[in-house]
Design a protein around this ligand. Structure first.
Ligand code: HEM
Ligand SMILES: *[C@@H]1O[C@H](CO)[C@@H](O)[C@H](O)[C@H]1NC(C)=O
Ligand SMILES: *[C@@H]1O[C@H](CO)[C@@H](O)[C@H](O)[C@H]1NC(C)=O
Ligand SMILES: *[C@@H]1O[C@H](CO)[C@@H](O)[C@H](O)[C@H]1NC(C)=O
Ligand SMILES: *[C@@H]1O[C@H](CO)[C@@H](O)[C@H](O)[C@H]1NC(C)=O
Ligand SMILES: *[C@@H]1O[C@H](CO)[C@@H](O)[C@H](O)[C@H]1NC(C)=O
Length: 331
């Protein structure tokens, strides 16, 4: 089969083909082939956190941006090539996703102890779980056995990933496309309990919400004064602010902030403005165990997203393994 026909076939599999039912991902996948896989990833995430606390939030975010675009297949990690525009420079990712080097470090460590065994896609999922645990959040058993994609699509990422301007209505329908419920949406948004975002992502709501020339009325006025100082009109869009009041601790502070009009992103605050999502915000703000339970359910469901496309175990998370196309097709 020619390369162009192969690529054509790949492009015919659109996002509708993503399914959460096919893969039998399971917890013990590497227990024979690489028993210390999870421990190895945990050590790397631990070291990353000691170096820079934010990096674990950045790593956790990778699961969302990977799994929503053609399944959890580490497509996100592929660098651009002359023949392929990957996802790293997609609208939601450029100048924003970070800490790819932490995944590289975990991959290097795993290639030392069990070469060719652990997929980059599984590393992302393990690392995201560890990031949550090491930040004070819940532990859960991750399902493993994913393959790494042979390609990536900047266009698919551009078409799928939500903007910080998104409202709850559009987020509900996006999540619905992946069989994720309204409760999943609100719980998974609670990942913004850790990490930071850029002024670029909020200046519109500070100065010109929905083209009104006015700030977002849902913003607590005191909080708005603080954000105006951090992000003056015409200022540096790369300056960052905390996504909640305790950005290094995975807790339900994010939801308490939303109730008080102190959500950082429009997509955050609108979860409290909109009656369809407000009750979940209230429940999670009042009961951290309810949040943790729903968050774990959501992460597992999101981690089940699979494109059903052929895959491989990459040796380097940034590059597809080099071998003839004909062999790839026999997988
Ligand atoms: C519900 C829709 C979501 C929207 C619209 C959204 C949007 C964003 C935006 C705009 C940023 C900051 C980007 C920047 O300014 O550079 C961000 C950061 C972040 N997002 Fe989301 N996000 C969503 C859901 C999620 C989910 C489901 C997860 C993970 C499970 C997640 C994890 C994170 C984390 C941890 C950060 C901070 C990253 C860092 O500090 O580097 N987000 N998100
Ligand atoms: C959602 O569930 C339906 C019905 O069970 C299934 O046909 C579809 O493939 C699922 N979609 C995703 C993205 O998992
Ligand atoms: C939500 O956003 C969508 C897409 O931008 C827009 O068409 C819709 O009017 C908005 N809905 C509400 C309730 O603001
Ligand atoms: C606010 O946004 C609207 C619509 O996008 C635009 O026409 C207007 O010029 C903007 N106003 C300012 C002050 O930037
Ligand atoms: C942020 O920094 C990057 C890299 O230095 C630059 O290309 C980009 O334009 C900046 N973005 C904003 C919103 O200022
Ligand atoms: C919080 O939720 C947990 C788990 O669902 C439940 O067992 C507990 O009773 C709730 N606590 C309160 C104070 O409602």
């Amino acid at each position: 089969m020619s390369l162009s026909l192969f690529l054509l076939l790949l492009s015919l599999c659109n996002i509708a083909a993503v399914s959460a039912v096919s893969p039998p991902f399971r917890p013990v996948f590497y227990s024979d082939t690489c028993p210390s896989a999870e421990l190895t990833v945990r050590h790397v995430i631990n070291r990353a956190m000691a170096r820079e606390p934010r990096s674990v939030a950045s790593v956790m975010r990778l699961q969302f941006h990977d799994c929503f675009v053609n399944g959890c297949d580490a497509s996100l990690l592929l660098d651009d090539t002359p023949n392929m525009l990957g996802e790293k420079l997609a609208l939601s990712n450029i100048n924003s996703l970070r800490s790819y080097e932490v995944i590289d470090e975990a991959k290097d460590a795993l290639e030392q102890i069990c070469p060719g065994i652990v997929s980059c896609a599984d590393i992302i999922v393990m690392a995201a779980r560890d990031a949550v645990v090491l930040s004070g959040g819940p532990y859960w058993e991750v399902k493993l056995g994913r393959k790494d994609s042979l390609t990536a699509s900047q266009e698919d990422s551009d078409n799928i990933m939500p903007s910080p301007r998104a409202n709850a209505t559009s987020l509900i329908s996006l999540f619905q496309k992946f069989n994720l419920s309204i409760k999943d949406l609100v719980a998974l948004s609670g990942s913004h309990s850790i990490g930071k975002a850029r002024c670029f992502s909020i200046v519109f709501r500070l100065y010109n919400q929905s083209g009104t020339g006015r700030p977002d009325p849902a913003l607590d006025p005191k909080f708005r004064v603080k954000l105006d100082k951090l992000c003056p009109l015409g200022g540096d869009g790369n300056v960052t602010g905390d996504l909640d009041a305790t950005p290094e601790v995975f807790d339900n502070q994010y939801f308490k902030d939303l109730v008080r009009g102190r959500g950082f992103l429009n997509s955050d605050q609108d979860l409290f403005t909109d009656a369809k999502t407000r009750e979940y915000v209230r429940v999670f703000s009042g009961n951290q165990s309810e949040f943790f339970k729903a968050f774990v359910d959501g992460m597992i469901r999101m981690g089940d997203l699979d494109s059903g496309r052929p895959g491989e175990i990459r040796r380097n998370c940034r590059l597809v393994n080099s071998r003839p196309v004909e062999i790839l097709l026999e997988d």
